[in-house]
Design a protein around this ligand. Structure first.
Ligand SMILES: Nc1nc2c(ncn2[C@@H]2O[C@H](COP(=O)(O)OP(=O)(O)OP(=O)(O)O)[C@@H](O)[C@H]2O)c(=O)[nH]1
Ligand SMILES: [Mg+2]
Length: 239
């Protein structure tokens, strides 16, 4: 008998200050390339990543690359709608971009929540770790504490340039979203029989980074495909 096929479509936000590397992270993740040329994003840009999560599950990630210059403005409310998770990015070489992280997180939490009222899962990305100036993050315990206090499900040092930890950070976020979705289903239909889950619920990110089985993470198919705005907006976002 064929295994049941499950498909998930998640809208993910990528936010953070100007020039921290949001577009570069998405480009590395989706297109496997990097450019040192900086061209600021205007408004919002989109990309799609398809993951073969496990033999029965396909996860499609709609990545919303929001311009740093939007800085908690009015438009972010529109962009955030119906997102299931987010990455907040800062640049380890510029402390001011770390100071802005809590502002981005507060902006997000004030404008977006899950249908059960809980905040969406957010992973913090300390980008440009290839620069060797990660004074902000060389105290891992402090970063763990910061994440706990501010409601991040985890944090990763990343480099879009050297392709460090981007896949891992995304796996962490998707695992939390899948677990949240399971909670949501339980709260909506308390009497239904629990679906069989292939991935265990994750409590903290450092543990999920360690427990991944690489064979469950094959990203292919529509990878790299850029979607026109109208196509994405047609996914029931009602913008
Ligand atoms: N060394 C290094 N440079 C990076 C990395 N990621 C991004 N950059 C550089 O940082 C600059 C800004 O990167 P972008 O990805 O355009 O930044 P952004 O966050 O999308 O900026 P906005 O669209 O203005 O919000 C570019 O020159 C990139 O090449 C990284 O991991 N390491
Ligand atoms: Mg950009």
């Amino acid at each position: 008998m064929q295994a049941a096929h499950k498909e998930h479509l998640y809208k993910l936000l990528v936010i953070g200050d100007l020039g921290v590397g949001k577009t570069s992270i998405i480009k590395r993740y989706v297109h496997q390339n990097f450019s040192s040329h900086y061209r600021a994003t205007i408004g919002v840009d989109f990309a799609l990543k398809v993951l073969h999560w496990d033999p029965e599950t396909v996860v499609r990630l709609q990545l919303w690359d929001i311009a740093g210059q939007e800085r908690f403005g009015n438009m972010t409310r529109v962009y955030y709608r119906e997102a299931m998770g987010a990455f907040i990015v800062f640049d380890v070489t510029r402390p001011a971009t770390f100071e802005a992280v809590t502002k981005w997180k507060n902006d997000l939490d004030s404008k977006l929540s899950l249908p059960n009222g809980k905040p969406v899962s957010v992973v913090l990305l300390a980008n440009k770790c290839d620069q060797g100036k990660d004074v902000l993050t060389n105290n891992g315990l402090k970063m763990d504490q910061f994440c706990k206090e501010h409601g991040f499900v985890g944090w990763f040092e990343t480099s879009a340039k050297e392709n460090i930890n981007i896949d891992e950070a995304s796996r962490c976020l998707v695992k939390h979203i899948l677990a949240n979705e399971c909670d949501l289903m339980e709260s909506i239909e308390p009497d239904v029989v629990k679906p069989h889950l292939t991935s265990p619920k994750i409590v903290s990110c450092s543990s999920c980074a360690k427990s991944y089985r690489p064979q469950f993470w094959r990203a292919t198919v529509l990878e790299g495909q850029r979607l026109p705005c109208y196509f994405l907006l047609g996914f029931g976002h009602g913008l």
